[in-house]
Ligand binder design. Structure first.
Ligand SMILES: [Fe+2]
Ligand SMILES: [Fe+2]
Length: 190
């Protein structure tokens, strides 16, 4: 497949997933998955992060939309492993600069909670519920291992953005705007 045909195909695929599934509620917040995704991408843009990170922020929770475990499995005690599902979905199209921060964003939350009590105290209620299911804060050995993992710093940035992308009053660009601005550059980088 040439680059000219790959870009419209992945764009259509993302538009289809978010068009069909992103009206699912986002955790316990008064926003849906699409709004959460767009806010995260817009926050990454505002921080001047590279296109790979803007697209990683946009797609970080796509794993919640590519399973059939219901709207909010964490609230019924199920960890949907959305970070792995999402990274594997993203990996079909993008390089590691997009897929790995997504794969590590739950581990980054566990890391941040283990080193920063202020961050842990700031977590929204749904993040607290899912944290327990995801294994809770990391031990010292696990923290060191996490920091040695490639893309750990990008995952930490993504997770910090994630926690602030839950504002029901935020005005964001559209999904097409974000894709038109960043898709080509995000696909070009490994
Ligand atoms: Fe997530
Ligand atoms: Fe999220």
């Amino acid at each position: 497949m040439t680059a000219e045909t790959a870009i419209p195909r992945i764009k259509d695929e993302i538009l289809a997933v978010y068009g069909m599934k992103a009206n699912k509620a986002y955790g316990l917040h008064n926003i849906n998955q699409l709004q959460h995704a767009l806010q995260a991408a817009a926050l990454a843009e505002a921080k001047g992060l590279p296109s790979s990170m803007v697209i990683a922020c946009l797609l970080h929770d796509v794993g919640h939309m590519v399973h059939s475990l219901g709207e909010a499995p964490a609230e019924v005690g199920v960890d949907d492993r959305h970070e792995e599902l999402g990274a594997n979905w993203v990996q079909q199209h993008f390089g590691q600069a997009v897929s790995e921060p997504i794969r590590l964003h739950v581990q980054a939350k566990r890391y941040l909670c283990s080193v920063d009590p202020v961050y842990e105290a700031s977590l929204a209620r749904d993040s607290v519920i899912s944290l327990a299911l995801q294994g809770g804060p990391l031990s010292l050995n696990e923290q060191e291992e996490f920091l040695r993992t490639p893309f750990a710093q990008e995952a930490i940035s993504l997770r910090q953005i994630d926690e602030t992308a839950k504002d029901p009053t935020a005005i964001t660009p559209t999904l097409e705007d974000i894709l038109d601005r960043h898709l080509t550059a995000a696909l070009a980088k490994g």
